[in-house]
Design a protein around this ligand. Structure first.
Ligand code: GDP
Length: 370
């Protein structure tokens, strides 16, 4: 029934089987659409009738194709990342795809970082990490799509750097891009309806949502790509609650002796191997249970208690979790050991430490931010 049919909003091929993917529309809605002579995918339907965009995932190939199109345009690229999961929100090779277009880097979800963390420091860190990934952003903005306070400032920056051109918003899934775009839509349109422009040449656009900025240019939302190395992908929605911070992180301080271990549920582990008895500070979701043991017993403790005493994930969820992998570091200055997407632990200089995370999830160190 849906064969060869395209959404009049975004041009995607209509399909009724794969929810959350391009062109999905429930069969009942498709039939209704026929009646009204208006076939829209679910995503465009929601946007048109509720002024709300829905996340859509793309396969790698489609995403590359989409990024390729961007390099051929003259535009500003707004690259949304999660300040809490930098490696997990990197788009590999983005610097090649943007071509000569300027990139405005947006560090989203800044609301979860402790207020004691200076914004200039976060921005410097973002820029430094971006440079290491081969990207030279024209500027770095911090936002919280959740509370929306930073939207006017973000739009000012966009206006400054776009210089009359269209704006592409890109990002991997889970960085909060949809939430952010919805705030932008709310801000830009007030309560006006009909923010999508109907595709004039059906089939020639690749699932983009266009928010008019002026007569000639738009903000164009692109689908997110799934980044497999995110903690979020290994967890059930229920377990995720104990991992993704919803509110400002409340640091917890522990006095540790060398040869002690701290478990972050069954998801990650910190070994204090060498150094003086010292205070270390942990920054994780406020409800994530941290558990201290002796380093010598830690392996046994984990195999015995993961999924039960050490939660999340639960025993069922544990099967889907890749085994923890160990990363050892020596500190020469006050350092944050970062488990991407989960949080970090601040340790003093002159220590030997190890961080463990599910294989694929990045463990890295940085100069302490606080
Ligand atoms: P997308 O896949 O990038 O479009 O991300 P979504 O907008 O769907 O958000 C992914 C998850 O992050 C959801 O659980 C949101 O509630 C959460 N989220 C989005 N924006 C923010 C934010 O600014 N702060 C916080 N703390 N959470 C956010």
């Amino acid at each position: 029934l849906a064969d060869g049919l395209r959404c009049i909003g975004c041009g995607a091929l209509i399909q009724t089987t794969k929810k959350g993917e391009l062109g999905y529309t429930p069969m009942s809605a498709l039939l209704k659409g026929f009646e009204h002579d208006e076939v829209l995918c679910q995503r465009c339907f929601r946007l048109r009738h509720y002024n709300e965009i829905q996340p859509v995932d793309l396969t790698d190939d489609d995403f590359r194709r989409l990024l390729d199109q961007i390099s051929a345009t003259n535009s500003l690229v707004v690259y949304v990342m999660d300040v809490f999961d930098f490696s997990g929100s990197l788009i590999p090779g983005l610097h090649r795809f943007v071509g000569s277009n300027p990139v405005l880097l947006v560090g989203n979800k800044v609301d979860v970082l402790p207020r004691s963390l200076k914004r200039t420091k976060i921005r410097d860190w973002m820029r430094q990490q971006a440079n290491m990934a081969g990207l030279r952003p024209v500027d770095v903005a911090l936002t919280s799509g959740k509370n929306g306070d930073d939207i006017p400032h973000l739009l000012d920056l966009i206006e400054e750097y776009r210089d009359g051109r269209s704006v592409y918003v890109v990002g991997v899934t889970n960085v909060g891009k949809s939430t952010l775009i919805n705030q932008i839509i709310k801000y830009v349109t007030g309560d006006k309806k009909d923010v999508i422009t109907t595709s004039r040449f059906p089939g020639t656009t690749l699932d983009r949502i266009e928010i008019p900025l002026d007569d000639a240019s738009n903000i164009i939302d692109t689908p997110g790509i799934i980044h497999a190395d995110q903690m979020a992908h290994y967890l059930t929605p229920n377990d995720l609650k104990y991992v993704s911070p919803q509110k400002e992180l409340k640091p917890k301080t522990y006095q540790l002796n060398p040869e002690q271990t701290l478990f972050m549920g069954a998801l990650a582990r910190f070994d204090y191997i060498q150094g003086p008895k010292t205070g270390i500070t942990a920054y994780f979701e406020n409800n994530l249970m941290l558990h201290r043991t002796k380093l010598a017993n830690a392996d046994d403790f984990y195999s015995k208690h993961a999924g039960e005493l050490l939660l999340p994930p639960t025993t069922e969820g544990l099967a889907a979790l890749p085994p923890l992998q160990r990363h050892e570091f020596k500190t020469t200055e006050k350092t944050d050991l970062v488990i991407d997407g989960l949080g970090w632990i601040t340790v003093p200089a002159e220590t030997v430490i190890a961080g463990w995370a599910p294989k694929g999830v990045s463990v890295l160190t940085r100069k302490a931010m606080i």
